[in-house]
Design a protein around this ligand. Sequence first.
Ligand code: TNX
Length: 534
Amino acid sequence: MTPRVDAGRLLLVEGLFDTMGEARAAGLADLLARAGQVTLLDAVRHDRSTVAAAAAGDGVRLVLDLLPAAAWEAAVEASALEPVPAPEGIDPRPGAAGSPCDERYLIVPCEAGLRIAAVDPEGMQRALVSVAREIVASGQVSPRARADGPALSWRGLSLDAVRHAFSADDIARVIDLIAWHDLSVLHLHLTDVQDWRLEMECEPRLTLADASALSVADYDALVAHAAARGVTLVPEIDLPGHVAAALARVPELAGADPAPHPMLAYLDPRVPAVRAFIADVVAELARRSPGGYVHIGGDEAFGMPEGLYAEAVALAVAAVRRAEKTPVAWQEGARSEAFVPGDVLQAWISPGDAFDAEAARQEHPPEAQPLIELVAACFAQAPFDVPRAAQAGVGILASPQSTVYLDRRYAEASVDPEQNERAARLGFPSYEPEGVLAAAGWVPTATPEVVDAGATVVAAEAALWCETVTSLDDAGFLLLPRLAVLAERMWADGRTVPGDLGARLRGQAPAWEALGFTDHYRSTALWGHDESAR
Ligand code: TNX
């Protein structure tokens, strides 16, 4: 059957399957169809009538030209376009070694239509998605020549899949969304105080009572879904703090001493069952995740003695290394001294974001004071984390809370009064609200606390924590439009993106809606008063 082709919504691509491979070409076709109602066809594989329709002007013809790396510079020169530097930092993809994959592309007019040149299938994918975004925004593809590419190879979203139990299908939709905005990583936060969300073959009790947990098959399918859309899954199992759910389900993990506070729990590395548990869960997670990096958490181990913390983190790091992967942890991991050059620490506590112990002491009743002191002691070390990482030569994954945490209320009103209830309900209550365009000037590699400490930003991620989220719609409300702003900054870093950011964001709303994120925030800053008709 010939697919129905709407005028201007057909991309007829020469060399699609040959250049991209089966899985990725199919994944890309699915993404474009879902997000943009853009039909992607391989000109060689499809029937004559479709090809003829495209030739007659119903679609855009694209010729893919996968170049040898050595031919790239000459191609840029021939195009007379401003060259874009190769991406920097670390490459999250499976099997990546050495320099990051080259996601740069050139789009130049040619006799048949447009020629897309890249040296990697990743570059082809980003180019084709950019063409589809243009179709969504304007209904057409401009014949203008352009060269583009990301500044950083690892551009991610960290998604809390614990505080809200996203289904595998919800997570697939988030993957589609981030692929549409050229992100390369979905960092999945899979375990926390409240729940352990990923079925583990080595310890089935972790998810036995939880019908909504992601099964082994769900996880494998998500890894494949992501890979086919140019996204690598970086899984996180949060150790040695944030583990109350695991301790409740696996009683042998109980510590040698009583917990420092009834509300706190950690994995005590002196307990033999704990040592085996850390080794087993990390090994299994690494085995099931084809990407090169495994995140072991390491954040907020409140009340845990320093020596035990360092020992527990070192066990997790060693398990990652045995699996021939590279460890990632939240910045507190620097305190363990288990990280070496090539490893990654995720900086999230910007100056000014740290826990305000004085305010907490004032606000809370006497019985909360001991807990406040334990939390305060942990945060008091935060200013030294990135300097410690710098000294150890460990790269920084930049996620400055004040800029990239999307569990933050919107400062401005919505043009749609129906969004008020959601706006009041969603977001971490103690954070200052922020406007949708607040991150428009973010330069990830110039994140001040990282640069000041002499550390290097090797990757960047936005984050959505889900304490207040109760559905995928809620997530979409917090993510959009802000994630699109952050994605653009992670792509461009210090470069200015020409044109009007507001117009670019509004232009993508149909794609968000087509992906099911219908309740994106209709901020007055973007939609003005007269545009509420949407
Ligand atoms: C801090 S960021 C956390 C999360 C919370 C988040 C709320 C980090 C490593 N830990 O557990 O969900 O704040 O924004």
